[in-house]
Design a protein around this ligand. Structure first.
Ligand code: SAM
Length: 464
């Protein structure tokens, strides 16, 4: 069984949640066998042969930066003996263990490069620590990286390469120990898809170092282009493309994309629908504002022209309307998923006061979510999902203000399901790697005042 390395985005918990949900549905059935805050090891039940470069999977994932083929593993104890936290003098154990690591790299050479030809080779060593914040990452950058550069040059030349070069990271970064591994787009810029040019991945977890090489990377430029160049935009209220894709992954769609019908009832400029459309999913949308519906349609028609086999666009699938009337507007349909970001709230420059926020939340936000679940549950298929974000706001005087979305949803037969899917990912002992005790929701780590909480609810007339 072959295994793969997935390099996770900055919101790594969300990325893991997305991967786990996708791995529970065909055609990519599998499981995560190990993870850290920077990467996950994925084992597929059956290697997707038709898609051996994972183009399609990579395209669907919003939270994964790179996919690599896993080839070797060094257990943590051996590794830390070879590269202890404080490297003062060359201890004997170090050189013995380093010899062992050299042999592992030699073994990895054939699976990565095949038979070495008398030509010029190029390697870029990308090291991913358990987290980039940990002090030990500095040791990896300052000691493991030069070791790898030197060893690979030696191995490749010994095995018959005419010459071998390695990617040189900026010296000042190495000295500071704050190195960023290669960006995904470097895969194309440095032609690292060629047989004699590879990006080698070293992902550290609590178990050890997983070694592999990159076979595919996210096309974040493409995502950005679609987002920025679409004819109708509303920068302030749009959801970032990576989150739109992650939410689609959390829908857990089990049928082939073209057979799924999904709805965004607060579609705005249609970001989520646009990305769903690029994946070949049948999209439906609603918004209170007629101009948003026109804009969404414009965007979908625009993106259709770029796609090879786009779904037909039927203007009747996008309606102006109030969430209170959702089930009468779409009464003839039953949906495989509802996915939406209903509220972002005003952009606060400073922390708001609790009582300033309270009326907005109670009179505007809560009733909208209540309608979303009461109406949405009527047109959603049984055992299918509503994936939704909700705002959680830091206040000056009363801590974090969040809406109790779980209780609102439960009133209408929609129950929270684990954000990480049904399959179990073993928790790690490291505090920084905890998946959160409450696995029902996750948030976007990057916002300071308003946090986007991500939730999955399943419609069920019978509670388990
Ligand atoms: C946060 S925006 C959604 C943005 C969207 N995800 C995007 O990326 O463009 C929320 C949308 O909900 C719409 N809306 C507000 N109240 C509504 C209601 N009662 N019924 C339906 N839509 C409503 C607004 O017009 C707005 O376009």
């Amino acid at each position: 069984m072959s295994r793969f390395i997935f390099i996770l985005g900055t919101n790594w918990r969300l990325s893991l949640a997305e991967i786990n949900n996708i791995l529970e549905c065909p055609p990519y059935k599998g499981r995560v066998t190990d993870y850290s805050a920077s990467g996950a090891v994925v084992e597929f039940e059956q290697e997707p042969i038709k898609d051996k470069n994972f183009d399609w999977l990579m395209f669907q994932l919003g939270g994964t930066q790179k996919i690599g083929k896993l080839v070797e593993f060094i257990d943590l104890r051996t590794f830390q003996e070879a590269f202890p936290k404080e490297i003062t003098s060359e201890m004997t154990i170090q050189s013995k263990q380093r010899k062992y690591i050299e042999n592992i790299l030699k073994d990895a050479c054939y699976p990565i490069f095949g038979k070495i030809q008398p030509i010029k080779y190029f390697v870029a060593n990308s090291i991913y620590g358990i987290t980039f914040q940990k002090a030990y990452y500095k040791t990896l950058v300052q000691h493991f990286l030069p070791f790898l550069n030197k060893e690979w040059m030696k191995i490749l030349k010994e095995k018959g390469a005419k010459n071998a070069l390695y990617y040189r990271y900026p010296e000042d970064r190495i000295n500071k120990g704050t190195l960023n591994p290669l960006f995904p787009h470097h895969f194309w810029a440095y032609k690292l898809f060629q047989d004699h040019r590879k990006e080698l991945l070293y992902v550290m977890t609590e178990e050890g170092i997983h070694i592999g090489y990159t076979i595919n990377v996210t096309n974040s430029n493409e995502m950005k282009k679609l987002d920025e160049n679409r004819p109708y935009k509303d920068v302030k209220s749009s959801i970032p493309p990576k989150f739109a894709k992650i939410m689609l992954g959390l829908l857990h769609l089990k049928k082939p994309n073209a057979s799924n019908r999904i709805l965004d009832p607060f579609c705005g400029s249609g970001t989520i629908l646009l990305f769903a459309h690029t994946m070949g999913i049948q999209t439906y949308g609603m918004d209170l504002e007629p101009e948003r519906i026109k804009g969404t349609l414009k965007n979908l028609k625009w993106v259709s022209k770029i796609l090879e086999n786009p779904q037909k666009i039927n203007a009747n699938q996008y309606k102006e309307g109030d969430i209170a009337n959702l089930s009468s507007i779409f009464k003839e349909f039953s949906f495989d998923g509802i996915v939406s970001e209903p509220y972002l709230l005003p952009f606060y420059r400073e922390l708001p006061r609790y009582e300033q926020l309270s009326p907005v939340m109670e009179q505007l936000v809560v009733p909208s979510y209540s309608k979303l679940f009461s109406e949405g549950s009527k047109i959603l298929k049984e055992r299918h999902r509503i994936v939704v974000t909700s705002p959680a706001v830091e206040t000056l005087d009363g801590g974090r203000y969040r809406i109790n979305i779980e209780d609102i949803a439960a009133e209408f037969g929609c129950y929270p399901v684990s954000i990480y899917g049904n399959s179990f990912i073993a928790e790690k002992s490291d505090q920084d790697l905890q998946l959160f005790a409450d696995k029902k929701s996750l948030y976007d780590d990057n916002t300071e005042i308003i946090r986007r909480e991500f939730h999955i609810f399943e419609k069920s007339t019978k509670r388990d």
